[in-house]
Design a binder for this molecule. Structure first.
Ligand SMILES: *[C@@H]1O[C@H](CO)[C@@H](O)[C@H](O)[C@H]1NC(C)=O
Ligand SMILES: *[C@@H]1O[C@H](CO)[C@@H](O)[C@H](O)[C@H]1NC(C)=O
Ligand SMILES: *[C@@H]1O[C@H](CO)[C@@H](O)[C@H](O)[C@H]1NC(C)=O
Length: 305
């Protein structure tokens, strides 16, 4: 169970909940429950297993107190005759072995404990002693969190690409957008027109532009954050600062038609018959005049994790 706590600390976006009828342990990495039935120790481990847990191990005074409080609460009305409850440990007279395999790093034995046996905690004072395996006692179990609720990696309406640790969103309007309008829309949504630095990312941009909002007078082109920096085909940059280290230009592109094509669009779809061979264009890139106003855009922002 220790691994869970690391996950929580490192992401910081998750909250764990214990199952009904159980309580957090002191470390927040396990849940204690006390079962209101009397059983021999031989059956106790089975009962804990049946609720997806182990007979409880105890590793500090805080956990011992949490268990004691829980036992008093649960057993108060149910088993007024109970004097102690099983923990998940065996004491051989000098060492403790916990059923869940955790280290014996804490003890709370009363003075003068005799011999060996399974460990019980007394309801009166929380002190431990040993009992014969066939005595009938209620029992304590320790289990895992039932549910871990995490903050979403992306805000609503943003598509999460786990591999790329990024969130994407389509912006558009029924009349389409110029590059500047798409740029503004992305920034006001907390992102920036997307860069594309891998085949995987190109695939994602194409996918979300076509399967999400399809807005625009013609719905076959999508703005990215690519802008021209000079007259040569390699003179491009991404406005989010990503390296321009991957390209997938359409056939004959970029051609800087009329010397005014300074923004990078993706052929996210093509009209049937528009080109001689659609495969040369579909999902590929083209330079286009930035004031062309019939496109949607894909924005990107860094995912929370
Ligand atoms: C249990 O502990 C975890 C980790 O400290 C915490 O996030 C969670 O809110 C606690 N749950 C309850 C029900 O107290
Ligand atoms: C240990 O054994 C002695 C002698 O039989 C007995 O008086 C004492 O109560 C025992 N202690 C515990 C903690 O059971
Ligand atoms: C380009 O650089 C980015 C950022 O360093 C990296 O994630 C991406 O994999 C690189 N792409 C290629 C094709 O090398």
């Amino acid at each position: 169970m220790r691994f869970l706590i690391l996950v929580f600390l490192f992401t910081g976006f998750c909250v764990a909940f214990c199952p009904k009828n159980s309580v957090n342990n002191s470390q927040g990495d396990g849940c204690f429950s006390v079962l209101e039935l009397a059983t021999t120790y031989a059956r106790a481990e089975e009962y804990c297993e049946s609720i997806n847990s182990f007979a409880a191990s105890v590793h500090n005074a805080f956990d011992n107190q949490i268990l004691l409080d829980r036992a008093r609460y649960v057993l108060g009305a149910q088993l007024p005759s109970a004097d102690a409850f099983w923990l998940g440990g065996y004491y051989d007279g000098s060492t403790i072995r916990w059923a869940d395999g955790s280290p014996a790093d804490y003890t709370n034995f009363m003075t003068g404990v005799n011999g060996s046996g399974n460990i019980v905690a007394q309801l009166q004072d929380g002190k431990w002693r040993v009992a014969a395996w066939n005595e009938q006692k209620p029992l304590a179990c320790v289990g895992k969190y039932e549910s871990v609720q995490c903050d979403a990696p992306c805000d609503t309406e943003w598509f999460y690409a786990k591999q790329l640790k990024a969130c994407y969103k389509v912006v558009g309007s029924t009349n389409g957008m110029t590059w500047n309008e798409a740029d503004t829309a992305c920034r006001s949504a907390g992102g920036i027109l997307t860069s594309i630095t891998s085949d995987e990312e190109n695939r994602i941009v194409n996918e979300i532009a076509t399967t999400n909002m399809k807005l625009g007078k013609v719905e076959w082109q999508t703005w990215t954050g690519g802008v021209r920096t000079g007259p040569n085909p390699q003179d491009w940059r991404w406005i989010d600062g990503a390296p321009f280290n991957f390209t997938t230009w359409a056939l004959g592109q970029p051609d800087d038609g009329k010397g005014i094509q300074n923004c990078l669009q993706v052929y996210t779809s093509v009209f049937s018959g528009e080109f001689k061979n659609d495969a040369d264009y579909l999902t590929k890139w083209d330079d286009l005049q930035c004031d062309a106003n019939s496109l949607n855009g894909v924005c990107k922002k860094v995912a929370k994790y």
